[in-house]
Design a protein around this ligand. Sequence first.
Ligand SMILES: C[S@@+](CC[C@H](N)C(=O)[O-])C[C@H]1O[C@@H](n2cnc3c(N)ncnc32)[C@H](O)[C@@H]1O
Length: 325
Amino acid sequence: MKHYPVMLPEVLAALGPRRGETYLDGTFGNGGYSQAMLEAAECRLIALDQDPGVRSRVEELSQNPRFRFIETPFSAMDQVLGGATVDAVVLDIGVSSMQIDQGERGFSFMRAGPLDMRMSQSGPSASDAINILSEGDLSRIFKVYGEEKQATRIARLIIRARDEAAITTTDGLAEIIERGVGRRGKIHPATRVFQALRIFINDELGELYRGLLAAEKILNPGGRLIVVTFHSLEDRIVKKFLRIRSERPASGSRYMPVTQEAAFTPVFELRSRSAVLPSEREVSENPRSRSAKLRVGIRTDLQDLPSIEDLRPRAPVVTDYRWAS
Ligand SMILES: C[S@@+](CC[C@H](N)C(=O)[O-])C[C@H]1O[C@@H](n2cnc3c(N)ncnc32)[C@H](O)[C@@H]1O
């Protein structure tokens, strides 16, 4: 399937490409944004991706001396830049259509393949999670990351099935779920479980939260933070992060002085409080874009950043699961 860079005109409008600036594309994927940014201005571009599968596309763009690629999760962007700063950070969160389309990567229940789902192609796979984690942990993962109403029932079905034989394939897992809960409506009953497993295996919400904190450290004053997300769990983190980082604390009073932690100047300015959505035309041409939301923050003058703990978004993150049964 052809890969369409989602909301590309809106991303470029938010970027306002300028000669001599340096940009960071934290989710290189098929290089759609990277290529468009390199073409839009005589800028320098640093691209990151944690998936070794993007290497052939990286090679094509590497002909351009203004392009540089680093294979790393974007949460490490501040570390890999070694003190350098940039004029924009662009993130297009989630999986690419190439990853979904390759059955051997195990992201989709529509493609037979090993139950893998690891973007970085290292660490525990979705099959490890399905075959090792407890019923309670699986149920919580499906509930929190997939917002799956039948989480407990599906976790129980999986435990029963894996007692018979290990569950190692995408179609095998999809079949267990479909056989157990039946099919109602258009959406396959395994959809939410697959989404939940992908988010869990790649720690997608943790990556996003740490990526936002890393981005604000490397952005120059006036630098643009541009984030495209695809579901509400992700958008909630970006929205809350930008709101907290752009709010000026109340001035306080004699009776309720502003505390030390709250007395910082905003780190970002917002062009708009609401998210930008894809055009109707884009949604009709590329249905995958229908749930996209774009948010933009402009970095204000550099200053001491307030402590991270105070600003931790209240994202539902499942962290205390047990790998040993
Ligand atoms: C939706 S695609 C990006 C598509 C890209 N904007 C384009 O136009 O071709 C997301 C890409 O980000 C990568 N990715 C997702 N989370 C990441 C992370 N935490 N660190 C680095 N890369 C990540 C995925 O491997 C995937 O290749």
